[in-house]
Ligand binder design. Sequence first.
Ligand SMILES: C[S@@+](CC[C@H](N)C(=O)[O-])C[C@H]1O[C@@H](n2cnc3c(N)ncnc32)[C@H](O)[C@@H]1O
Length: 231
Amino acid sequence: MKDIFFCPEESLFYSTCLDNLVLRNCQKCETIVEFGSGDGSPIINSLLRNPFNGVIHGFELNTSAWKVANSTIDEYNLSDKYVIYNSCLLESSKPEAEYLIANPPYLPAPDNDIYMPLLFGGIDGATVTNNLLSLNYENVLILVSSFSNPKSTIEHAKSIGYSVNSFLVLPLKFGYYSSEPKVKKHIEELRKKQIAFYSGEYYFLAGVFFKKQQECSIDLSNELTKVMTSV
Ligand SMILES: C[S@@+](CC[C@H](N)C(=O)[O-])C[C@H]1O[C@@H](n2cnc3c(N)ncnc32)[C@H](O)[C@@H]1O
């Protein structure tokens, strides 16, 4: 289990965001794609407590996590609702879906030689997140960290036609992966350049629901920027 992402607080928050920002409003939705399913627990927990008649297609590169996820999916008889592929969404031909969801790798570091290389989010931490937004799904629920250049993500989303429809924020303590000395030191450097935002041992993790802009759609981009840079 050591090589599988383990942060119950964060996974629980992802699941709560999915319940409140997506599943509650998408009873008629048919297809959701997910980047980075991990051990599958956030989605499995959401499926167990929400009515959902579509299918979630998850992509997870870590084979151990993929195996654990599949065995839990079988245990709860959810294989008609949650299917996980041991591959990368960004390298597949883009599956059709109404929603893209992810708790993506967002650790900033000089390179991916860190405790868990699959959590590397690029030098500023926002690279994978911004690439996922560039896939241009109509609706995207993604977790955004205040120490991973959140302004670049909000600006990138806006530049390609997204508005921020809603968001939830959790103050989170630096954990096992973000406290790795190499990662923490890098985040401290990014903070001096106003790219990373945190206070003492805490940073903000936001579950952000981006929607392709329509006329008169709500846009909370400025509010989200204010919150994420205020920590
Ligand atoms: C922050 S963890 C989230 C895991 C799970 N969704 C959760 O919230 O508990 C990110 C996950 O993305 C996976 N991952 C990283 N790069 C990936 C890629 N290119 N394709 C598929 N999965 C990837 C990692 O192995 C890891 O399990």
